[in-house]
Design a protein around this ligand. Structure first.
Ligand SMILES: [Zn+2]
Length: 346
């Protein structure tokens, strides 16, 4: 690890560069102009009137402060918050963001950070202005709609993976995570979006290659030794349901938002390192779900996962006699298949 001091790191890797790395790409250049809070989850209805600002700290380097929720810090406290790590870990991450390698060698990261990015690449996801954690009524409604335990819904909310808000004029449930790189909405009444005729709508500027849920709002996300990788937002919340039902507290549900995303976002791949990954693709008739899963498995394996296993839903039957084709179907599985499912999910 490099042996640079906090001050030297601040000099080499400015606060702005770190925030930029986390997707906050539209911030003011210097102190003076208010921007929306870096921690929208602190605000019940999002930070509607921008209340965050930069100021110069006593060490002469910039800091951020939100006058509404009180968050206040520098690049290190931001990373600590964002990644749930301690300060020495945050130092390493900041160094890495700045392209500083071992021994403190500085390898000109500025060029890379300031590289002009295509406009659609640098914009953060556009969340609804009334983004919120939902009320008990919302959690119950979603539970009923998708046959889920409201407690599991609540857990997903706690971890910042599930949010609520108005999208295209409809009350929606929205999956996302602390990376803010991707977000997808579905209507709370289960109906289609009229503009597309589809059930899901990805929020503007989302990058669907991001495995949503992999950066939960959690102090020590690395404590989740296992990852359950599913396909789509419905299965993501269903995975929370089964974690809750089978009391599996060490498995983190993560979803790729669609089988057409063949490549996992390069910034997300290192997060699979050292973890046990279980992939649960959709059992589509054309085999497309499986095909995508094989591709993901390959990339996750190369990224250094401890193990990558598959999962096959075929052979399980729903209460209504139809074949189970995804994890969400398993919430309405016929009673005689329940113990088999429990065994499979362990
Ligand atoms: Zn705030």
């Amino acid at each position: 690890m490099n042996n640079l001091s906090i001050q030297e790191l601040k000099e080499l890797v400015p606060l702005q560069a770190v925030l930029y790395h986390y997707g906050h790409t539209d911030l003011p250049e210097r102190n003076g102009k208010y921007f929306t809070c870096l921690f929208p989850e602190n605000h019940a209805r999002g930070d509607q009137d921008p209340s965050c600002n930069f100021y110069t700290g006593s060490d002469g380097f910039p800091r951020y402060k939100c006058f509404s929720c009180g968050e206040n810090g520098d690049q290190f406290s931001f990373v600590e918050r964002q990644e749930g790590v301690n300060v020495s870990e945050a130092k390493k991450i900041v160094a890495r963001i700045g392209g500083i390698t071992e021994g403190g060698t500085y390898t000109a990261p500025q060029k890379q950070l300031k590289r002009p990015v295509k406009p659609e690449e640098k914009k953060p996801v556009q969340f609804p202005s009334d983004l919120n954690r939902g009320t008990e009524t919302d959690w119950k409604a979603l539970g009923e709609l998708r046959h889920l335990d409201p407690q599991a819904v609540n857990l997903a909310t706690e971890l910042g993976v599930l949010k609520f808000g108005t999208h295209r004029g409809f009350p929606c449930w929205i999956v996302t995570d602390q990376s803010r790189i991707v977000a997808e909405a579905r209507r709370l009444d289960g109906k289609l979006f009229p503009h597309s005729g589809k059930k899901c709508d990805t929020l503007r500027n989302s990058k669907k290659s991001w495995p949503v849920g992999i950066q939960p709002r959690h102090r020590t996300p690395e404590n989740f030794q296992k990852i359950i990788l599913v396909e789509g937002s419905a299965d993501l919340i269903a995975a929370y349901h089964f974690n809750h039902v089978f009391l599996k507290m060490d498995a983190l549900p993560v979803a790729m938002l669609g089988r057409q995303c063949k490549n996992i976002h390069p910034d997300a791949l290192p997060l699979f390192k050292g973890r046990y990954v279980r992939i649960m693709p959709h059992a589509d008739e054309d085999g497309g779900g499986m095909e995508a899963a094989e591709r993901w498995a390959e990339q996750i394996g190369e990224a250094g996962a401890k193990s990558v296993r598959g999962f096959d839903f075929s052979g399980l039957t729903r209460k209504d006699g139809k074949t189970v084709s995804d994890l969400n179907d398993c919430t309405v599985i016929r009673p005689e298949d329940e113990s088999e499912l429990e065994g499979l999910l362990r």
